[in-house]
Write a protein that binds this ligand. Structure first.
Ligand SMILES: Nc1ncnc2c1ncn2[C@@H]1O[C@H](COP(=O)(O)OP(=O)(O)OP(=O)(O)O)[C@@H](O)[C@H]1O
Ligand SMILES: [Mg+2]
Length: 729
């Protein structure tokens, strides 16, 4: 039923009021029942006592009546009268007895049963009525009911002579009429009513005669114990009654009655006051519940408002928390949820923004890359042959090319589109190797400290890239401490849990190695913090910073499946935390790079590149290293070139992404025709999965643009050596 109420307060109120109501009613009902029982018991005992008292009084009266009757019967005049045994004589001579005895009925009967005298005060009693009664009355007392009058009757013998000579002359009967008024005025019954009853008929009662009939109809048919009280329903009113048996040859029962309803009438008034009390209790309870529930529902209502605002994307609102009860706990939990939601939303937005910018930067960098390679390559070639006066200009072109190349690399790093060469290594080793260089970089005003934990695992990253990460962070820290300060590089094992991952969408839960760079420099405000990882975001004056440092760091860390976090406070300092996934494998020894002199070689190379200028440049430099180069401008063209070439092909260098037949398809088709060549894929930009080693084949080597002629030559040597050693086995 409570579900129908939408408000918690109403539910509480309704249930509380219901409980109080039920309790009050139950208490009242119980009280009532007890009082009724008590009253009934009291009443029953009163009734029993009254009827018994009356019965006792009655037997006393009878004794007296008998004495006076015996006295009269012993009068010689009476005996003489009886001796006549003549009806008229006796009738006439007995008139005085009635008035002398104060009786209402006198009967004189001869020894052989003949009626000699009959006197009655009412004058209604006749011989015919009396005869059967006399016949059936053998004892010395009885109850007679004649013409609606009840008589208490005493019978005494009239004896003549004395001793042995004594002989019975007849019987004298004296009857007292039972009158309502006389009984009532005796005061024996107090407030009770009485009723004489015989065989289910009321003979005389203090109740109004029209009630008698109803009383008669409820009289019990059985013969109950006289001590037991009985309940009668008369005219809708309940009466409690107790009775005594009054002896005689025609006995009667005397009922003493009192209205139970009247006796309990005062309870109704009491009920009313108690009900009033109950109502007051319910109202007070309702008020208390209202006040208490308000304390609970108010904060909940406020939370609901808060939740609605959250839905609309508003995060800055007050959540009032008072006290330490469950409601306050709920408020606190809600606040924590709001804060973590806000954080996760912010970092999600940032990640999405960086993703979009990254895609844009990656696209630009791809096309830019080819152009940069051409500029650099040709300026390299020209530098060998131009006359001295023109050299400085050409040097500048080359330098610009170098700068552009560096910029492209950074952009590619940010957009996570550069080719990494991950190795399993100890990050502490990388940091230690850099310390000397970093000290020089930051200058004397800044104190550099390291705190490298031995308990960290290994990480799988490109060592050059990791160096770049550390360096960018250290340089930024230096720039944030123009007047000197303290710089701490720390490594430590770390674990990111699910809760952290939930509020940082670009982080995954797991075990990490943490590299933290902390400075006590100028710090960052909220606005700066929100944009630090965006490319070209810088607060430094023009020419001082490009705003690509942290973008690069971000790209490298993300591409290495790591996570970067930053905390900063204006005027206090900044900490960048780089989390790299911990791997459980031994660190590999970094490979030494080949000396430039040893890069020359021989062999036939099929070069497939769709950008003509780049193809020409690459071919020229390879020929300069001593190789025979066949060029093709796309995959289809390459198949034709290979078909027309009778000799062997040692290395195929192919761009991965080309119109129609791409690098990978070309290689797989060529392998079927003429196996036994090594493959180097080149790519200016790597789409997700495009440089997955598994897809390129285990043997394939990938080279990322922009690359120098030396790098390419080194790679060619590498693949030729691998091929040779494979053939030897
Ligand atoms: N440790 C630091 N303390 C205070 N602010 C910093 C810190 N590191 C980065 N920043 C802020 O972040 C901005 C972006 O840094 P980022 O390294 O991407 O670019 P930059 O240093 O300005 O230029 P670049 O690194 O390309 O030369 C900085 O301009 C600076 O405002
Ligand atoms: Mg920087």
């Amino acid at each position: 039923m409570l579900q129908h109420f939408t408000h918690l307060r109403t539910k509480l109120l309704v249930s509380m009021v219901a409980v109080v109501f039920l309790l009050t009613t139950a208490v009242l009902a119980l009280l009532q029942a007890r009082m009724r029982n008590q009253i009934r018991a009291d009443l029953a005992s009163t009734l029993r006592t009254q009827s018994r008292v009356y019965a006792d009084m009655e037997s006393l009266r009878r004794e007296q009546a008998e004495l006076s009757a015996s006295f009269i019967a012993n009068q010689p005049s009476v005996k003489a009268l009886m001796s006549t045994n003549d009806r008229p004589t006796v009738q006439d001579g007995s008139q005085w007895i009635l008035s002398a005895s104060h009786a209402d009925l006198l009967i004189l009967q001869s020894n052989n049963g003949k009626l000699l005298g009959l006197q009655s005060r009412s004058g209604e009693v006749t011989d015919t009525v009396v005869a059967p009664l006399l016949q059936s009355t053998l004892g010395d007392e009885d109850w007679w009911f004649i013409n609606g009058r009840l008589y208490d009757v005493n019978l005494v013998p009239i004896l003549a002579g004395a001793g042995q000579e004594q002989r019975m002359l007849g019987r004298m009967m004296l009857g007292r009429e039972m009158r309502r008024e006389t009984i009532l005025s005796s005061g024996d019954f107090g407030k009770s009513a009485f009723a004489f009853e015989r065989d289910g008929h009321v003979l005389l009662s203090s109740m109004p005669p029209d009630v008698w009939h109803e009383f008669e109809s409820t009289l019990p048919r059985d013969t109950p114990q006289s001590s037991a009280e009985r309940v009668f329903q008369v005219r809708g009113e309940r009466w409690l009654a107790s009775f005594v048996e009054l002896n005689g040859d025609h006995p009667v029962r005397l009922y003493t009655l009192q209205s139970f309803d009247q006796a309990t009438a005062f309870l109704r008034a009491l009920n009313r006051s108690l009900a009033m009390l109950g109502v007051v209790a319910v109202l007070v309870a309702a008020l208390i519940v209202f006040l208490i529930s308000r304390q609970i529902t108010r904060p909940i209502e406020q939370l609901v408002v808060g939740a609605r605002r959250l839905q609309k994307g508003e995060f800055d609102f007050q959540i009032p928390i008072r006290g330490h009860d469950e409601v306050a706990d709920l408020g606190r939990a809600f606040k924590e949820m709001r804060d973590s939601l806000k954080k996760s939303r912010e970092s999600m937005l940032r990640a999405a923004r960086l993703e979009a910018v990254g895609r844009l930067a990656g696209g630009v960098a791809h096309d830019f890359n080819n152009l940069v390679m051409i500029i650099k390559g040709y300026s390299d070639m020209l530098l060998d042959g131009v006359p001295a006066p023109l050299r400085p200009q050409l040097e500048e072109i080359k330098k610009a090319g170098d700068r552009a190349s560096a910029l492209t690399r950074q952009l590619l790093a940010f957009s996570r589109k550069q080719v990494l060469e991950p190795q399993i290594l100890d990050p502490n080793q990388i940091v230690r190797n850099m310390i000397k260089m970093l000290r020089v970089l930051i200058g004397e005003d800044i104190e550099l400290k390291t705190d490298l934990s031995d308990q960290i695992g290994r990480v799988q990253v490109d060592p050059g890239q990791l160096e770049q990460v550390v360096m960018n962070l250290v340089v930024n820290a230096r720039d944030a401490m123009p007047n000197g300060g303290r710089l701490l590089v720390k490594t430590q094992a770390a674990h990111l849990d699910e809760a952290y991952a939930a509020s940082n969408p670009d982080a995954r839960a797991g075990d990490y190695v943490l590299i933290a760079v902390t400075d006590n420099g100028i710090g960052m405000d909220k606005e700066t913090l929100a944009h630090v990882f965006e490319p070209f975001f810088t607060t430094k004056e023009q020419g001082k910073g490009t705003g690509l440092g942290l973008a690069t760091v971000y790209g490298i860390v993300e591409q290495s499946k790591g996570h970067i976090a930053v905390t900063s406070e204006v005027g206090v300092g900044t900490t960048f935390q780089v989390y790299l996934p911990a791997v459980s494998a031994a660190a590999s020894v970094p490979q030494l790079s080949k000396s430039a002199a040893a890069l020359k070689g021989t062999g036939t190379i099929l070069l497939v590149e769709d950008e003509p200028a780049l193809r020409l440049l690459t071919a020229a430099s390879l020929r300069a290293f001593g190789y025979t180069v066949m060029e093709a401008e796309n995959g289809a063209d390459a198949l034709v070139v290979a078909d027309t070439h009778a000799g062997k092909i040692d290395v195929v260098i192919a761009d991965i992404i080309m119109p129609q037949v791409g690098g990978r398809e070309l290689v797989s088709r060529l392998v079927k025709k003429r196996p036994g060549f090594a493959v180097i894929f080149i790519s200016g930009y790597t789409q997700a999965g495009a440089f997955d080693q598994a897809q390129l084949g285990a043997e394939a080597v990938l080279l990322q643009k922009p690359f120098t002629a030396e790098t390419l030559a080194g790679k060619i040597q590498e693949v030729l050596n691998t091929k040779a050693s494979a053939a030897a086995r």
